[in-house]
Write a protein that binds this ligand. Structure first.
Ligand code: SAM
Length: 279
């Protein structure tokens, strides 16, 4: 069952937090000359037209990226991420929003490479079209977790994995934990960034408790909420759980989140950065 289409949500507050964290991890990897891999397990279409009927229907980007992309008080840490968005849009109109594959690809250097997987019959062709002919990109219409397992450890032994499933089905929370369990056995030193939506808080506890039980260390949780937790349907917050984060990420996100919350949800929001398991 593949009913989820990311175009409904492209550029919303959750994408903003996810792609900022992604960009900071990639920028940290670039501090050394050695090549690295960016591995994207659930890629989506790669780029979204915010004028299409899906995006217009929800207008979620209006409460997300539209709130910050042209502000003049933007923290310098967000610049690499915003430069990707500005590179897709000429002038003042916000028309296109980059998905995680596009953010990742735009930030890579010549020596780096990216692996993308996407299963959706409509989104995979869009992804292919976006990156066709790009020798640094490999795209697979395969299950994201299966391809991850087959790809580890990467030959570079450096890099990040973004795990961003749709969470349409309850078992997907446990699938993430299982995928990390398998992955760290093959590649213990990789940086793994797991995106999560807070719809029911207990599902997020399932991930953090599951990861703790794996016995791995250095697990950082970063979250921005727009409303209090609720038992009603609907996402109230989102975040990233990062295993083996770059050493600066905790401090960077602790600086950025108060600003982001002020811009996106000043009255109703919350934010935190905390260690699920420290070093
Ligand atoms: N990472 C993207 C971004 O930030 O722009 C958004 C990804 S979206 C949240 C999740 C995507 O996973 C959807 O496009 C969906 O079609 C895809 N998907 C669902 N099940 C999958 C699977 N088993 N393997 C790979 N992709 C899958």
């Amino acid at each position: 069952m593949l009913s989820y289409r990311h175009s409904f949500h492209a550029g919303n507050h959750a994408d903003v937090v996810k792609h900022i964290v992604q960009s900071l991890i990639i920028e940290a990897l670039k501090e050394k000359e050695k090549p690295f891999v960016y591995h994207d397990t659930h890629s989506g279409a790669g780029r979204y037209d915010l004028r299409d009927e899906w995006s217009e229907k929800t207008g979620e980007y209006k409460e997300g990226i539209a709130q910050l992309w042209q502000r003049d008080d933007v923290p310098v840490l967000i610049k690499p991420y915003l430069d990707v968005i500005k590179g897709l849009n000429s002038g003042n109109e916000l028309r296109f929003y980059p998905g995680s594959p596009k953010v990742g690809r735009a930030l890579l250097r010549e020596q780096d490479r990216v692996t993308m997987t996407e299963l959706h019959p409509s989104d995979f062709p869009l992804l292919l079209q976006e990156f066709r002919g790009d020798r640094q990109v490999k795209m697979f219409k395969e299950d994201g977790f299966a391809r991850l397992k087959a790809s580890l450890p990467p030959k570079e032994r450096r890099g990040m994995v973004l795990i961003d499933p749709p969470y349409e089905l309850k078992h997907e929370y446990q699938d993430v934990v299982n995928a990390i369990g398998q992955s760290v056995k093959r590649w213990a030193t990789g940086t793994y960034a797991i995106w999560y939506p807070v719809v029911y808080r207990q599902n997020i506890d399932l991930i953090t408790e599951g990861l703790e039980k794996l016995g791995i260390r250095k697990i950082l949780q970063i979250e921005l909420g727009v409303a209090e937790d609720s038992q009603e349907r609907g996402m109230t917050a989102s975040g990233m759980i990062v295993i083996n984060p770059p050493w600066k990420l905790e401090k960077q996100m602790s600086e950025l989140l108060p600003w982001l919350q002020q811009v996106i949800a000043p009255e109703t929001g919350h934010h935190f950065v905390k260690w699920v398991v420290p070093e």
